[in-house]
Write a protein that binds this ligand. Structure first.
Ligand SMILES: Cc1cc2nc3c(=O)[nH]c(=O)nc-3n(C[C@H](O)[C@H](O)[C@H](O)COP(=O)(O)O)c2cc1C
Length: 185
């Protein structure tokens, strides 16, 4: 009887391990992202599903214009001026997270200004920041070095760039990356 209970417990543990998002550590994780046209949101949601992390969308108080030329010009001005737009909402319990995935579209080879506001708004010292970027050819650009400047006391990983048009079909690549960086089994 005792052996049967042990066996059943073992089977249940194995099943749980196979079917639940397989976190390899007890680290509490958060996925935050800004997305203007949906690519980075799609990538963020895939990371969230694979990890079971909490998720938070960075939203500026004033939405960016939809017209490409207009948003391009506005973003250039903001990035050149190191402008940090005000955000709609704050996270009250940021200190409870150990690993924070930070997602942004590549804007003029760096993170979008709302992401810079987010990173400047909290103390991330001792935390691990995992960047992910969607782009149209420039991959990570200088996003990682710019994130390191904003979070000098954090461990900032190299991160994953995915071209915007391929995000929908990139689930296997995202899962493999999460395994490589030992976030999931
Ligand atoms: C203002 C602006 C600037 C951009 N600058 C770049 C760039 O320098 N390099 C690049 O590869 N893609 C650039 N892109 C393309 C976006 O990074 C790409 O389409 C991204 O997947 C959009 O993500 P989203 O749908 O989450 O907003 C830019 C797009 C915009 C709107």
């Amino acid at each position: 009887m005792k052996a049967k209970i042990i066996l059943l417990t073992l089977i249940a543990l194995l099943a749980a391990n196979n079917f639940l998002p397989a976190q390899t550590s007890s680290n509490k994780m958060l996925v935050v992202y800004f997305s203007h046209t949906g690519n980075t949101r799609n990538m963020a949601e895939q990371i969230q599903k694979a990890t079971g992390a909490d998720i938070f969308e960075i939203q500026p108080v004033k939405n960016y214009p939809e017209d490409y030329k207009t948003v391009e010009a506005q973003a250039k001005k903001e990035i050149d001026a190191n402008y940090k737009p005000e955000l709609k909402t704050k996270i009250s319990n940021i200190e409870s997270y150990d690993v924070i995935f930070v997602g942004s579209p590549n804007w003029w080879t760096t993170i979008a200004p709302p992401v810079a506001t987010f990173l400047s708004s909290y103390n991330f010292s001792g935390k691990t920041i995992v960047p992910f970027i969607t782009h149209d050819g420039s991959r990570m650009g200088r996003s990682v070095s710019d994130i390191k400047i904003l979070c000098p006391k954090s461990t900032v990983l190299d991160g994953l760039p995915i071209k915007g048009i391929y995000v929908k079909d990139a689930n296997a690549e995202i899962i493999q990356w999460l395994r490589d960086i030992k976030i999931i089994k």
